[in-house]
Write a protein that binds this ligand. Structure first.
Ligand SMILES: [Zn+2]
Length: 147
């Protein structure tokens, strides 16, 4: 997604400087280091994104909350993509694409920012992790991060 600001910014969003010279870029906010930095700012604890994801899966409430905030930001970023491109499927790559809860949580969140959303016209875009060698037949896919 690169140098684009996170859409529908909220007061509680971190808005870090990005290497590109801007602030609040999607790539920086939604990266593993971005997740870890936000967790540290909130809790004072230094954990990697993988450690946060593991602890959340094991029921750690602080890590669950961090992951929920990250899912909320990811849902806004992907809603922006859906509004622009209306893809059949969005494929997530990178280390955080292995966070299993993302594929249940984010599609329940993004409808509020998708203009075609709502009960009568639900979002049809699917959210999937990247799977090596299993991309045939995927049409209209949007690759967001380098695997
Ligand atoms: Zn940037």
């Amino acid at each position: 997604m690169g140098p684009q600001p996170l859409p529908w910014r909220e007061a509680t969003d971190p808005w870090p400087d990005c290497y590109c010279g801007q602030q609040g870029c999607i790539e920086t906010l939604l990266s593993g280091p971005g997740l870890a930095a936000e967790h540290k700012a909130r809790t004072g604890r230094s954990l990697s994104a993988a450690q946060i994801a593991l602890a959340a899966a094991q029921g750690n409430s602080a890590c669950i909350a961090t992951l929920e905030r990250w899912h909320h930001r990811l849902a806004r970023a992907l809603a922006h993509v859906i509004n622009l491109l209306d893809p059949d499927v969005i494929v997530l790559g990178g280390g955080l694409s292995r966070v299993a809860s993302t594929y249940e949580a984010v599609p329940t969140l993004w409808g509020r920012w998708v203009f075609s959303g709502g009960l009568k016209d639900p979002v049809r875009t699917a959210l999937r992790p990247s799977v090596h060698g299993d991309a045939s037949g995927v049409r209209g896919a949007a690759w967001l991060w380098r695997p």
